[in-house]
Design a protein around this ligand. Structure first.
Ligand code: ADP
Ligand code: ADP
Ligand code: ZN
Ligand code: ZN
Length: 839
């Protein structure tokens, strides 16, 4: 073989070789990708990148690994389906860091998943400064989640739920007979308590506020439960006479103080209504013993660098690092005792771990921050940072858009961190859209050309430069564009929405002005306060001012939290509200939490389709109304699976799986409903169509066609109408919401708010999305996005750049103006990146 021809990659040892991959839409494809380097999978949304990287490569690695573990251990994994592929060779063990779909649940914190909490507890235990007389404490004593560490009063919650006279007796002009003690039970039980007080000689007819203080306190707060004879209907004098005369009482009644009644009902009642009623008489305050620091008093007396552990965990990681660096850097000396050695070792370990996280742009996070409050991108980078430090080698990390949520400046740090993972002998498979990351790849696998059935082919597999010649690739146009400049003449604002004194997270009394009738991007490095401003403060202040309710997230019921957090962003609309008729927030939260909601039900398309079927001759003859064509109503749905189309099968020793329903075979309906056809297709056939197919099928049904063509133009042509909401990505959910809004055709004056709408989108899909948003602005509406994609920002009308840093170093407006103006702003971290895109 002449030396100029490289050996076929399939002969090489250092390649992963996939043959015959057919997962989802993949068209029986083969690829060879190198190990120990960074491979990026690109292509438009829905082209099949994830099906290859996660559905095939990672799923196969996991399958092999799980074969080697016990069936018991296997149950603990969230198992991927076995991939549809002929062979995969040369595959190292894989670790997937996927973006979770929908919100993450779970109670872990930044400190626990990074193990920094453990280290910090060890540091306080071994190397803390103890007050005289206090013996050394175990590390667990510094954790609010252990019995020995928790504050004995609040059990480590930091807050106590308690009653006050004002909560128990809301109107003190009432007498006991007129139910002054509102917290007491109503009906018979309330009368019983009143009658007991009569026996005890308490005046139940004078206004509450005129009773002696001692009496009031006893009735409300005593833990005593005296049992006394009860004579219903008698006065105190009559009761005394009855007792003196030996008259039998109606019964013996036992008294319960109001606080005791409320707390016991709250803790023990089986009835949710009763518990809620009890909670309404409680207020939550900082624990009087630990003052919200959650730990037992001894642990709080131990300090390190002058701070107790509660003060330390309240600092951003970057500040903790600075404190510890001082300790870690002190050189060893001969007089070192064991304590100093321990302090240095632990501090050095923590500094190294925090450095990795800080490089990934996460230095502003606090250890006690709950992971549920992190964005998916922050969460993924946190796990990535933890992995980088664990010094594994010979594994492949499969990552889903690690750049999401990152400012271009932070992306450079991410690339450096990923480079170190490779240098340590690992392989990286990334699914990415970010052009800066793609340019950094050693190898590109471009999947396409389009989404779904029109995708699933490998357009290119090789070093980046070679992609330049691949005509079918949509990625190529963006990667090798001659000029990055986005041509756009900014529109002039039609007015201003001014917010004053905004306070939320790191926003501390911010005044900010948003232009109306234009497209505004809020930019800034990760943690600078974009989401706090756009998704939290702006939306809730405007909703409040308009008297409009914001849709609340369906959080899981938390029995530990009686009085839900009523914290709300502070601030007011100073002017400009008259320019806004309505607020619409288009977020990435799922369009539904059960497989019963889907694209068709969410957009209203399914109502149109069901009516269409109800109007067919056969349906009329059989008197089937539209309800018969719903898989959520008993009339027409399959009785075996109740319209789910699948049934759960419990397997011994293995995770339960969903299998197609044996009665309807996944069709979801009774056979007689499926006999009703429209153009030879049943309603189940329609649900199985994707948007493209459905548009062709329903092109002459005006309402349906409008809806479907908007979905298609939103880049959702590949989604099946019946695809369960739970299978959709956050980006897909967001685009469905946007398409549903576009369909409503409002006449302007709506304020649309979106948080990072480009997440998960290929640059060509970003262009489409951008066109849609500008269409809304063209109709007289206002669009405000929090965004990192500089092409999108450059194509907008106005930019508000937050910063200058993250966390407490951010939260202010660094620059505001047209994209061209902000691109020149001296103090802006965004300016240099934006400058590449403005002419
Ligand atoms: P990408 O990662 O390029 O956005 P995916 O690999 O997620 O694309 O999707 C490729 C195709 O496979 C799409 O048509 C998508 O709708 C389909 N698909 C994705 N996940 C599933 C699934 N769990 N079941 C069936 N089809 C799926
Ligand atoms: P960005 O959107 O620019 O990345 P954020 O608005 O998410 O920034 O964060 C700004 C600051 O507010 C950061 O210090 C962040 O840690 C903090 N923060 C954000 N959300 C929460 C929360 N739920 N609880 C506590 N702090 C938060
Ligand atoms: Zn406490
Ligand atoms: Zn069924």
């Amino acid at each position: 073989m002449p030396p100029s021809i490289p050996p076929s990659s399939s002969d090489r040892q250092d390649f992963v070789r996939v043959r015959g991959a057919r997962e989802h839409n993949l068209r029986d494809v083969d690829i060879d990708v190198p190990r120990d380097t960074m491979v990026v999978f690109t292509g438009v949304s829905g082209s099949g990148k994830s099906s290859l990287a996660f559905g095939t490569l990672y799923a196969e690695a996991q399958r092999r690994y799980l074969e080697s573990v016990s069936p018991y251990a296997r149950r603990l994994f969230q198992q991927m389906p076995v991939p549809d592929v002929d062979t995969v060779d040369g595959l190292p063990p894989a670790i997937a860091l996927q973006q979770q779909r929908g919100g993450s649940s779970g109670r872990s914190s930044v400190g626990s998943i990074t193990t920094l909490s453990n280290l910090l507890r060890m540091l306080y235990s071994r190397a803390g400064t103890y007050p005289p007389g206090l013996a050394r404490l175990e590390a667990e004593s510094f954790s609010p989640n252990t019995p020995m560490g928790a504050c004995p009063r609040c059990h480590g919650l930091g807050r106590v739920h308690d009653v006050t006279e004002a909560t128990l007796v809301p109107d003190d002009s009432l007498s006991i007979r007129d139910r002054a003690v509102a917290a007491w039970p109503t009906a018979w039980q309330g009368q019983n308590l009143r009658d007991i007080l009569i026996t005890m000689g308490i005046d139940v007819d004078c206004p509450w506020r005129d009773l002696p203080r001692k009496t009031r306190d006893w009735i409300l707060f005593t833990d005593e439960t005296p049992t006394v004879p009860v004579y219903p209907g008698l006065t105190h004098a009559q009761v005394q006479a009855a007792i003196a005369n030996g008259v039998e009482p109606a019964y013996q009644g036992t008294f319960t103080g109001a606080r005791r009644y409320v707390t016991q009902t709250f803790a023990n009642s089986q009835s949710e209504t009763m518990r809620r009623r009890a909670a309404s008489f409680m207020i939550s305050t900082d624990c009087p013993v630990c003052h919200g620091q959650r730990l037992n008093p001894d642990a709080l007396r131990v300090t390190f660098a002058g701070m107790n552990i509660a003060a330390m965990v309240a600092l951003p990681l970057g500040r903790i690092r600075d404190v510890l660096a001082g300790v870690a850097d002190v050189g060893a000396s001969t007089q070192d005792d064991a304590i100093a050695i321990a302090a240095r070792r632990i501090a050095a370990d923590m500094v190294a771990r925090i450095d990795v996280l800080a490089q990934l742009g996460l230095g502003y996070l606090q250890m006690d921050r709950g992971v549920q409050t992190l964005s998916p991108g922050e969460y993924q980078r946190l796990r990535l940072g933890t992995q980088i430090h664990s010094s594994l080698f010979g594994v492949v990390y499969v990552l889903d858009e690690p750049s999401s949520g990152l400012h271009p400046a932070d992306t450079q740090a991410l690339l450096a961190a990923l480079g170190r993972l490779c240098a340590a002998g690992n392989s990286l498979f990334l699914v990415e859209h970010n052009l800066d990351v793609i340019r950094h790849a050693a190898w590109i696998v471009d999947v396409g050309p389009e989404a779904g059935e029109r995708g699933g082919e490998i357009l290119y597999c090789g070093p980046p430069a070679g992609l330049r010649d691949v005509a079918a690739s949509r990625t190529r146009e963006y990667l090798f564009a001659a000029s990055q400049v986005v041509a756009h003449v900014p529109r002039a604002p039609q007015g201003w929405l001014k917010l004053a004194d905004v306070r939320w997270n790191n926003l501390d009394g911010l005044d900010v002005a948003f232009p109306l009738g234009v497209f505004t991007s809020v930019t800034g490095i990760s943690g600078s306060g974009k989401s706090s401003l756009v998704s939290h403060a702006l939306t809730s202040i405007v909703a409040r001012a308009l008297g409009q309710a914001l849709p609340v997230a369906e959080e899981e019921e938390d029995p530990q939290a009686p009085t839900p957090e009523t914290r709300e962003p502070e601030g007011r609309v100073a002017s400009g509200l008259e320019g806004i008729g309505r607020l619409v927030v288009i977020d990435q939260k799922p369009i539904g939490r059960t497989p019963r909601s889907n694209l068709a039900t969410y957009t209203g398309l399914f109502d149109i389709v069901r009516k269409l079927y109800a109007r067919t001759d056969l349906a009329r003859a059989r008197r089937y109304d539209a309800g018969w064509f719903s898989f959520n109503l008993a009339k027409g749905r399959c009785p075996h699976c109740q319209g789910a189309g699948s049934v759960m099968v419990e397997l011994l020793f293995l995770p339960s799986v969903y299998a197609p329903c044996p009665t309807c075979h996944g069709a979801r309906y009774r056979p007689e409903v499926l006999e009703v056809t429209y153009r030879d297709r049943s309603i189940a056939d329609v649900l199985a169509m994707n948007v493209d197919q459905a548009l062709a099928f329903l092109s002459d049904v005006p309402n349906a066609a409008t809806c479907l063509s908007i979905l298609q133009r939103s880049g959702l042509g590949h989604l099946r109408l019946g695809q369960p909401a739970t299978e959709l990505s956050g980006g897909e959910a967001q685009r469905i919401k946007l398409a549903t809004e576009l369909q409503k055709q409002r006449r302007g004056h709506t304020l649309y708010v979106l948080d990072e709408p480009t997440t998960g989108l290929h640059p060509s899909d970003v262009d489409r999305l951008s066109a849609h948003l500008h269409e809304l602005v063209g109709q007289g509406n206002t669009v405000i996005v929090a965004e990192h994609d500089m092409r999108m920002v450059a194509g907008g009308d106005w930019v508000i750049d937050m910063g200058p840093g993250a966390g407490e170093d951010g939260g202010t407006v660094v620059a505001a103006g047209t994209p061209a103006e902000v691109a020149k702003a001296a103090r802006s971290a965004t300016a240099p990146f934006l400058a590449r895109y403005v002419g």
